[in-house]
Write a protein that binds this ligand. Structure first.
Ligand SMILES: Cc1cc2nc3c(=O)[nH]c(=O)nc-3n(C[C@H](O)[C@H](O)[C@H](O)COP(=O)(O)OP(=O)(O)OC[C@H]3O[C@@H](n4cnc5c(N)ncnc54)[C@H](O)[C@@H]3O)c2cc1C
Length: 396
């Protein structure tokens, strides 16, 4: 295995894979590293916003995504906890496609551009040295070291910052079962997802992403490939009865809490093997674009899942980072110039969506506010659309 690289991208999710592809396409010897093995199912609403498609097109990936046979989505339907309903058009067509297919397609693209995909190895430490960084990688009982001139954190929202500068730190293994036994604060929220199918004729394919709110969380449903639907929920972990220890059990508990959702799920069957869960899920107030090394995607900050914009933020940050990393690797910029330019770009583009995402999530989950919202949206559809727009990235 090669052990020296120009760039190492730590995490092969949407953000990391796209960055690795862009760096490799510019001629840099790039490692794309992940502790997981792919393809795999991942907690996500699997809703590719209209914004993310502009970025995928700019990366030359439009046809690749279309070849995954995504489901087309043009509306958003909100079913509030008080029983009210709000429908809004999306600012463009969104796509529903599973992360199982999407991530694998992004990996193939990165490899085709020349990146080295290293799966199944956990990066346990990132140690600076005179020519860049030494990465400590653990695979089973084996430990290896690789070096890279530039390293980018694309490791998601798991709070992996402890890896930086700590030679011996053992990283979180992401076990959601273990997390459920921690303190209330540590537990945060739990994200769960599963694919579902309806028996033929029971549910016509919908062009809406449906969001259902209930005490203790919310749940989204949208069509994906193969006529299946993805169902993803964010649940306050203190609110879930301990008896519900499976993903299906937690989803069914959520279903029982919103009557509209309960009726919707009549005749729905889970697609076994597609379930996954993640915890704790903490939502970010401010972006953190740089801490020792540049961060991209959820490593910068997590927007409330109901905004359906996490993947586009991952793609946008990868785009910004690729251009700046190239200047650094080519010797046009110092490390400090890269840090300043990238940090400023992320603050200016991400601060608004993160702040407004939290505001909108708070309103939709608040019992009193959610009772007023259907009337307000009918009175002023433009105002409702403005709120949605405030959570979106501006065109790049
Ligand atoms: C319930 C829920 C629903 C959501 N719905 C949507 C939606 O509909 N649309 C949308 O756009 N976004 C949605 N999101 C957000 C979206 O899933 C994330 O924004 C997106 O996955 C972030 O991508 P990423 O590449 O930054 O990180 P990730 O996809 O999390 O990838 C990080 C990768 O890093 C790897 N890694 C971590 N640590 C290490 C290590 N030490 N060594 C090696 N590898 C490591 C992990 O294994 C992982 O594969 C949702 C999120 C949740 C929780």
């Amino acid at each position: 295995m090669r052990t020296d690289y120009d760039a190492a991208v730590l995490g092969a999710g949407v953000a990391g894979s796209s960055l690795a592809a862009m760096l490799a396409a510019r001629g840099w010897v790039t490692a794309l590293m992940d502790r997981q093995r792919f393809p795999k199912h991942k907690v996500c609403g699997e809703f590719l916003s209209p914004e993310s498609q502009h970025i995928l097109s700019a990366m030359g990936l439009r046809e690749t995504v279309q070849s995954l046979e995504p489901h087309r989505i043009s509306r958003i339907a909100l079913y509030l906890a008080g029983g009210g309903q709000v429908e809004l058009p999306l600012p463009g067509t969104a796509l529903g496609v599973s992360r199982y297919r999407l991530d694998a397609a992004l990996h193939r693209h990165a490899v085709a551009e020349g990146a080295f995909l290293l799966q199944g190895g956990t990066v346990t430490a990132v140690v600076p040295y005179e020519h860049g960084y030494i990465l400590h990688v653990r695979q089973g009982r084996e430990s290896t070291e690789i070096t890279a001139r530039a390293v980018v954190a694309a490791w998601g929202a798991g709070g992996q910052g402890r890896i930086l500068g700590r030679h011996d730190h053992r990283v979180d293994d992401g076990s959601w079962r273990k997390r459920r036994s921690g303190s209330a604060h540590e537990r945060g929220a739990i994200g769960v997802k599963s694919h579902f199918a309806w028996s033929a004729g029971a549910s016509s394919p919908s062009d809406a992403v449906e969001l259902y709110f209930f005490p203790g969380g919310y749940l989204g449903i949208n069509g994906i490939e193969c006529g299946h639907y993805n169902m993803a929920a964010l649940l306050d972990s203190e609110d879930i009865p301990r008896s519900h220890s499976t993903v299906e059990g937690m989803l069914m508990e959520a279903v029982s809490r919103n009557p509209a959702l309960h009726s919707r799920m009549v005749d729905a069957q889970p697609v076994h093997g597609t379930e996954s869960a993640v915890a704790p899920v903490h939502i970010s107030k401010h972006p953190v674009p740089w801490s020792v090394i540049p961060h991209i995607g959820d490593a910068i900050g997590r927007i409330p899942p109901l905004c359906g914009d996490g993947m586009s933020m991952g793609l946008r940050s990868a785009q910004l980072c690729a251009a700046d990393a190239h200047r650094y690797l080519a010797g046009e910029w110092t490390y400090e110039q890269w840090r300043i330019a990238y940090t400023q770009a992320i603050y200016s583009q991400f601060s608004g969506p993160l702040r407004w995402g939290k505001v909108v999530e708070g309103m939709l989950r608040h019992p009193a506010a959610s009772r007023l919202l259907p009337g307000l949206a009918r009175l002023s559809p433009r105002l409702a659309c403005k709120f949605v727009e405030a959570t979106r990235l501006r065109p790049g």
